[in-house]
Write a protein that binds this ligand. Structure first.
Ligand code: C2E
Ligand code: CA
Ligand code: CA
Ligand code: CA
Length: 279
């Protein structure tokens, strides 16, 4: 029994080494991903329930690994946060999105506000405001064309500094949204202090609204509270007509999800705008 125990342990170690090795390889690949042009931004429409029109988009990063596979952001964004690569990647993607907005404007499209996800490390880097200012001025677009999504969980750490940064970004003209709402631990009194415009309810709660009483109550409560604070509410991850009906009934402002559209390559998103697709 001891023998096999030791073997088991050795297997375990070998396995761990292999995992660490794979991780290191992925990390090295990610380091080169920008130069190799393997990163691409996709755009998912946000729709206003009042008239069914596309009123926004969320930019979501995609990585086409040299092996040909798409690596989901959940497999490399947390890693990039840890090793600091999120800083150059974040800078690249902000420039890329701003340049894309410029091109769409030049093509004569009525471009809705595009939301960019900021990770904790980016948000806490001192040169974020300068970097954003440079990106919009180089692209020749207004700050109003860009919305910044900040997750509830990281805003709660070091609140005073975060509020200061939010105030500055708002003053520059960017719209601010709180992402993944419901997954963190914000209390209402804190939420009131954040100078944000939009609250995004996390997929996890939206998924169950039509089936589960507790999720339904939570979503209903969040919408009511957000409206009380004069915030607009976006429900993420809307996939079914039942979810849509629920969100309509409780006066959610906007929806985003596969029900209307998956995240799309820039050209496909532009095609939706051009054809004026509605919910
Ligand atoms: P998130 O910010 O909450 O983004 C929403 C996620 O939900 C996206 O996953 C989107 O593709 C997915 N989604 C949209 N509609 C539906 C739906 O109807 N059903 C389901 N099941 N999922 C839906 P994605 O693109 O895989 O991104 C995952 C997470 O990775 C994002 O969560 C965000 O936290 C992070 N991420 C993605 N792009 C970026 C980026 O450019 N920068 C940063 N810092 N993080 C990013
Ligand atoms: Ca987001
Ligand atoms: Ca989210
Ligand atoms: Ca989420």
């Amino acid at each position: 029994a001891k023998e096999s125990g030791r073997n088991g342990c050795q297997f375990y170690t070998a396995d761990m080494n292999e995992q660490a090795q794979q991780r290191l390889e992925l990390e090295n690949d990610l380091r080169r991903a920008i130069e190799r042009n393997e990163l691409e931004m996709y755009y998912q429409p946000k729709v206003l329930l009042a008239d069914g029109r596309i009123v926004g988009a969320e930019a979501l990063i995609r990585w086409k690994h040299p092996s040909g596979k798409f690596v989901p952001p959940s497999d490399f964004i947390p890693m990039a946060e840890e090793n600091g690569l999120i800083i150059p990647i974040g800078e690249w993607l902000i420039q890329d999105v701003c340049a894309q907005i410029r091109r769409w404007c030049d093509e004569g499209l009525a471009v809705p506000c595009v939301a960019i996800n900021l990770s904790a490390r980016q948000f806490q880097s001192q040169n974020l405001p300068d970097m954003l200012a440079l990106a919009i001025s180089e692209a020749g677009i207004e700050a109003q064309a860009v919305e910044l999504e900040l997750t509830e969980s990281f805003l709660m750490n070091d609140m005073e500094a975060n509020i200061e940064m939010m105030v500055l970004l708002k003053r520059m003209g960017f719209a601010l949204a709180i992402d993944d709402f419901g997954t963190g631990y914000s209390s209402l009194s804190y939420l009131k202090r954040f100078p944000v415009d939009i609250l995004k309810i996390d997929n996890n709660f939206v998924r169950d609204v039509a089936a589960d009483h507790d999720s339904a109550e939570l979503v209903r409560g969040v919408i009511g509270m957000a409206h009380g604070l004069k915030l607009e509410v976006v429900a993420e991850g809307v996939e079914t007509p039942e979810q849509l009906a629920f969100l309509r009934e409780y006066r959610c402002d906007m929806i985003q999800g596969y029900y209307f559209s998956r995240p799309l390559p820039a050209a496909d998103f532009a095609a939706l705008l051009r054809e004026g697709k509605r919910l």
